[in-house]
Design a protein around this ligand. Structure first.
Ligand code: RIB
Length: 295
């Protein structure tokens, strides 16, 4: 079973601040770093670092060649990444003294996918393969429809949530991986159990993985529910914590692990990622996660 992510690649410009800037305020930053990020590539990297065979597809500009180097370094197949005449996506990320962040996203090349490109990429995958999506590229409704026609299992991280998701046929999704804010935006519910109840009612066949920040995570599928608390650590940067969780969760499913163990492994992987700055670089390898789980 192969995993394909069609997703974003962003150059993250990360600024350390005492607090997130307020309207009308000018703040001098404590520091600035440039990291590789983007929800799509972060999740591909997490899958690869967790041991899965993963293909990443998407678009970058000439200024994004370092993503190809990172794919080679971390073992992500980059055959379906295209370089086009457009700027690579980028972000401005503020990280405050409590490790909370806020993100400004410029889509750039991530928003330049074409139907022909999607068709070409999907033609290399077949029934049963997994397609992982987020909401940082264009053509999401088309990609979902075409992958579903091929019989692929579609995993969706509906992040960042916006109106474009309303155009997607979410009944075609096999696995939702989302946080409580996105869960609330899709269902109109606020409490985790109510979000899960509603999602199960709307999408009775789908597995649902709901992350709850410091309250841990929950899983629901066909009447079965599991919960996992977080591993408490001193966070320095929470960027890509959710992406790490998503990649590790899918890798655990592919390995056929029991769901409670997958949740535990994913929580541990995220807890390690938040102790490090950046996105792609902050995601731990499986060996490190397994060792930390023993300790
Ligand atoms: O989920 C974290 C990611 O969101 C960052 O790497 C940034 O690029 C934004 O897309």
């Amino acid at each position: 079973m192969k995993v394909l992510t069609i997703g974003s690649m962003n150059i993250d410009h990360v600024y350390s601040l005492d607090h997130i800037v307020q309207p009308g305020e000018t703040l001098t930053t404590g520091g600035m770093n440039v990291f590789l990020g983007g929800k799509g590539i972060n999740q591909s990297m997490a899958l690869a670092k967790a041991g899965a065979e993963v293909y990443h597809s998407g678009m970058i500009g000439e200024d994004g060649k370092m993503f190809l180097d990172a794919c080679a370094e971390y073992g992500v197949n980059a055959d379906f990444i295209r370089t086009i005449d457009e700027k690579t996506g980028h972000t401005i990320i503020q990280v405050d003294k409590n490790a909370q962040n806020c993100i400004l996203l410029y889509g750039g090349a991530n928003q330049c996918l074409t139907e022909e490109f999607v068709d070409e990429v999907l033609s290399h995958f077949e029934k049963g393969d997994i397609l992982l999506l987020q909401n940082e590229v264009n053509l999401l409704p088309y990609i979902i429809d075409k992958a579903y026609e091929r019989g692929m299992q579609i995993a969706l991280n509906p992040s960042p949530f916006d109106d474009k998701l309303n155009a997607c046929d979410l009944t075609k999704i096999s696995i939702f991986l989302l946080n409580e804010i996105e869960g609330g935006q899709i269902t109109g519910e606020a409490k985790p159990d109510a979000i899960l109840d509603k999602l199960e009612e709307l999408y009775p066949e789908a597995r649902i993985v709901l992350t709850l920040g410091s309250d841990g995570s929950m899983y629901a599928h066909k009447g079965e529910r599991f919960e996992q608390p977080i591993f408490k650590v001193q966070a320095v940067d929470t960027t890509a914590a959710g992406d790490t969780f998503t990649g590790y969760f899918l890798a655990g499913l592919i390995d056929g692990m029991p769901v409670p163990e997958i949740l535990r492994m994913s929580a541990k992987a995220s807890s390690i990622a938040v102790t490090r700055p950046g996105a792609v670089q902050s995601i731990p390898y499986r060996k490190e996660v397994d060792e930390a789980l023993k300790g």
